[in-house]
Design a protein around this ligand. Sequence first.
Ligand SMILES: *Cc1c(COP(=O)(O)O)cnc(C)c1O
Length: 434
Amino acid sequence: MKEIVPPPPALVQNRHAEVRELFERHVVPSYGRFDLVFARGQGSYLWDAGGRRYLDLGGGIAVCSLGHAHPEITQALIDQSQRLVHISNLYYHEPQGRLAERIVSHLAPGKVFFCNSGAEANEGLYKLARKFGHDEGRFEVLTAFNSFHGRTLGGIAATGQDKVKKGFEPAVAGFRHVPFNDLEAVRQALSPATAAVLIEGIQGEGGISPATAEYLLGLRRLCDERRLLLLMDGVQCGHFRTGRFQSFQRILEGVPGAEGFLPDGLSMAKSLGGGFPMGAFWIRSRMHGVELADLLGPGTHGTTYGGTPLGCAVALKVFEVIAREGLADHVRTLGAWFRGELEGLVKDYPTVLKSVRGLGFMLGLELRLREEVPGLSGSDKPASTQVIQRLHDAGLLTIPSGAQIVRFLPALNLGKPQAEEGLEILAKVARSLA
Ligand SMILES: *Cc1c(COP(=O)(O)O)cnc(C)c1O
């Protein structure tokens, strides 16, 4: 970045300290937070309490799909809040019906349930699997190692990472994990109690690992043969992040035999609401001889806030802007360019950077092991945390994924100049470590 940022005035420095103090005294310390206090945002930039500007390539962990303070989101919030904010799911209202229609139009005939987060959306899929298998005594859901499905008790049972489970035993029953992208492992793991398989199209927290086309098609065949539900978690990799509505649509593009591929259930959240807390799951229509989308009948599932007029109005606006501005194609084009540039950085700084992975605007830059990089080996913090800290100091926000990966999940409307600015900062930090 070209500009030299002057140190913030003392008064604002105090505000930073004051906010930190409030958190230390009153907020549950369940997050390892970076030492940054943000005050406002605009597009792909955030400003901290001292007035310093940062380029945001993390997008609030893939949530701020149109960036910060998007004027059309603001207007949608104002307009809808002047009409109707919440009525509960005891009644009908138009925005929820329209949003469900919009989601279905990007997938295939089916129905949508609205909730408030990714973990809650996945909970709905677990309940769908249990209802589906119930009369045959089946209840088990197979998920992948290194997956991430949320922090509820069901979510941590489903997640294939020990670190989220530790200390919270006993785990919710009915989940087992298999290696990702290994069809034979799924086949071997099936038991008479298995009702469903749940995977991410691209593992996000697990290090930006895309499913292969063969794996997806193989799982579909296996689920058809064995009358299992194929469930997909599109919370992070969905909503046009890969240049198509869902990552499986992108992964399977042009693959022979993939034309009719569909999961039986799909969870969504993060980018769906563009910053408004919102989750949803889609259920496919008739499947395995049952009307799957009607399995969760009256009284079987619910949530007070799910699909409020306000949330749905915002999500509809996000869909509208993405379509009108052609952001899916933009993500595809700029994402491919950005990925190419990252690969260039790996070539230029091979002692610091190892590889690039991902699709569209869901990219990961793999770092060398901490011990291999002299500038990182002196600290016991993971390589990703240390590099991200240096990027912060240089004015760039990114997201760690495990110990080795720096993740990019920018707003879908990120501009090329901002992408270039981010690359300059990355090059500068890589150079300082090489
Ligand atoms: C973030 C995430 C979740 C959990 O979503 P929350 O809104 O935090 O509950 C679930 N699955 C995946 C793949 C995610 O990335």
